[in-house]
Design a protein around this ligand. Structure first.
Ligand code: ZN
Length: 295
């Protein structure tokens, strides 16, 4: 198994790891900050680097999927693509000189091979894409909690991207007035600057002590024995100081990435709704910063 560093601290964007396995164009690392596709949140992208003395090999991480481990799909970065490397402008920098006659080859020759098992690598995730996912994901938690609290409408699904998102809820039909109220409430919750925290909890304990409708533990595979609980605090939870928030606004089992404080989300706009069949509604939303201003 890969150690999932983003579960402990989803603010870190650079990390060191060792290659466990290499399969064609994919590698498994012993630890990673790359979030794999799951829970309605797309995977991270970024780079992996191997630094060996003067020489640096670099790959783009173009896909991240979790099955028995976390697989990073790599494409080699050609020296010519490397916008920040001075070495790229110096053809003499390639190893041994022979490679210089082939502009497609990076130092060491076979640019298509991923790093070998045992190789130390430096990973760097694309921070802007991750930050967008974290904002949309946290906004989705707020929306799920408010639809349950104020409309008795449990979330049945959600999908986010880096510039828009949608959420499905079991509900007959949201009116225009409902959507206006949902948007206004969402932005109040954002403005409250509520803290977002997470901690691990044994599944049996969680099933015994937490509200099943809110935590939705039943949706998780039975093989998962330790849950990550994500809470969005009650209003004023920051002032209350450390300790257990007896009545958080939202408390969900979730392995995604989130912002640390709801104010980081910024203004949220409900962009529309559609029916998803009987008693199911889809609500579309986006951050104001991602809209053209003609909304
Ligand atoms: Zn989440």
């Amino acid at each position: 198994m890969t150690e999932e560093l983003y579960l402990a601290d989803d603010t870190v964007t650079t990390f060191e790891a060792t290659v466990d396995r290499a399969l064609d164009d994919r590698v498994v690392l012993d630890r990673t900050q790359f979030y794999p596709t799951g829970g309605g949140q797309p995977h991270d992208t970024g780079t992996l680097r191997v630094v060996d003395g003067e020489r640096e090999d670099r790959w783009r991480v173009v896909d991240v999927q979790k099955t028995d481990a976390i697989y990073h799909t790599l494409t080699p970065v050609d020296a010519g693509d490397d916008t920040d490397g001075e070495a790229a402008s110096d053809p003499g920098a390639t190893a041994g000189g022979e490679a210089a006659s082939d502009p497609g080859a990076t130092a060491g020759g076979d640019a298509l091979s991923p790093p070998e098992p045992g190789t130390a690598v430096v990973g760097e995730i694309d921070a802007a894409r991750r930050a967008a996912h974290s904002k949309y994901h946290t906004a989705q938690h707020l929306l799920s909690a408010l639809l349950l609290n104020e409309f008795d409408a449990p979330t049945t699904g959600n999908q986010l991207y880096d510039d828009h998102a949608h959420l499905d809820a079991a509900y007959d039909r949201f009116s225009e007035a409902d959507l206006d109220r949902i948007e206004a409430r969402l932005n109040e919750l954002v403005a409250d600057a509520r803290p977002v925290t997470s901690y691990a909890m044994d599944r049996a304990e969680a099933e015994e002590t937490l509200d099943p409708e809110r935590t939705r533990i039943d949706l998780l595979p039975g093989s998962i024995e330790e849950l990550r609980i994500v809470e969005i605090g009650s209003a004023g939870a920051d002032e209350a100081g450390l300790g257990v928030d007896a009545d958080p606004y939202d408390r969900t089992a979730c392995a995604g990435t989130h912002v640390g404080d709801t104010a980081e989300i910024g203004e949220v706009v409900v962009t529309g709704r559609e029916t998803k069949g009987s008693d199911e509604e889809r609500v579309r939303f986006a951050l104001a910063e991602d809209l053209d201003g003609d909304e």
